[in-house]
Design a protein around this ligand. Structure first.
Ligand code: KIV
Length: 279
């Protein structure tokens, strides 16, 4: 059975830590699902790690829906959250409803994530009221990186820290089933996690959160442009992949691949007929 938003909320109530990981295609989703990760986020980070954009701003809803559909085909058990890209929910509640609805109807995921705290609470309330589960995202929200002057830690200043706590409370009151808290000091993340009943899933927010989320490519070491300080590489697959491709290329050049093991035979009499009648 697929994990539900209630299962995720219960994990916090039981003091069970919540792993969450991004995936962007069928194959990666299948692997994450098989590993038993209960939440898969189809993050708009795919703009950087899959599509090669500089940041998440250019990502379109069509790109997100395309990748979310693939993840839905690959993962049978995890709760799948589709990340609403920049300017698909900020301009109006109607935009937010229409676009969030597309994630559930056209891509088949079970929830959406959107960035923003107090300012987005009204929108979240509307989405939840019509039956769309929402995950909030506060702290350093990448779609506002231009406003922050880059992907910078948020909440070292008292006023900013207090605002982040208020954002979490506003989202909880609006009905989110969980909150992603990104790039804030660990002691602030601890306060936020204790202050709300819904699970707080950290990234670059220290060990006190109810769960953690990481980017698939960071965890496996396949994205080499930049490795964030908060990422832990559990493998360095970029080297493994590059070595395998180099060997493949060399084997073609020196005739080691393919062998007859990778080829198909033909009936001798048919072959003789082809040779005799070939132009
Ligand atoms: O897009 C994404 O992958 C995210 C994570 C950083 C939480 O929003």
């Amino acid at each position: 059975m697929r994990v539900s938003i209630n299962d995720i909320k219960e994990m916090k109530a039981k003091g069970e830590k919540i792993p969450m990981l991004t995936a962007y295609d069928y194959t990666s989703a299948k692997l994450v699902d098989a590993a038993g990760v209960p939440i898969i986020l189809v993050g708009d980070s795919l703009g950087m790690v899959v599509l090669g954009y500089e940041n998440t701003i250019p990502v379109t809803i069509e790109e997100m829906l395309h990748h979310t559909r693939a993840v839905v085909r690959g993962a049978q058990h995890a709760l799948i959250v589709g990340d609403m890209p920049f300017m698909t929910y900020q301009a109006s509640t109607e935009d937010a409803m229409r676009n969030a609805g597309r994630f559930l109807k056209e891509a088949g995921c079970q929830a959406v994530k959107l960035e923003g705290g107090e300012t987005m609470a009204h929108t979240v309330e509307h989405l939840v009221r019509v039956g769309i589960p929402v995950q909030g995202h506060i702290g350093m929200t990448p779609q506002s990186a231009n406003q922050f002057g880059g992907h910078k830690l948020q909440g070292r200043r008292a006023d900013v820290a207090v605002q982040i706590i208020k954002d979490a409370i506003a989202l909880e009151e609006a009905g989110v089933f969980s909150i992603v808290l990104e790039l804030v000091p660990a002691p602030l993340a601890k306060i936020v996690t204790e202050r709300v009943k819904v699970p707080v899933i950290g990234i670059g927010a220290g060990p006190h959160c109810d769960g953690q989320v990481q980017i698939f490519h960071d965890l496996l070491g396949t994205y080499t442009d930049f490795v964030p300080r908060h990422a832990k590489q559990y493998a360095t697959l970029a080297t493994t992949i590059k070595d395998a491709i180099t060997t493949y290329s060399q084997e073609i050049k020196n005739g080691t691949f393919p062998t007859m093991k990778h080829s198909f035979t033909m009936d001798e009499s048919v072959l003789a007929e082809v040779v005799a009648s070939a132009p």
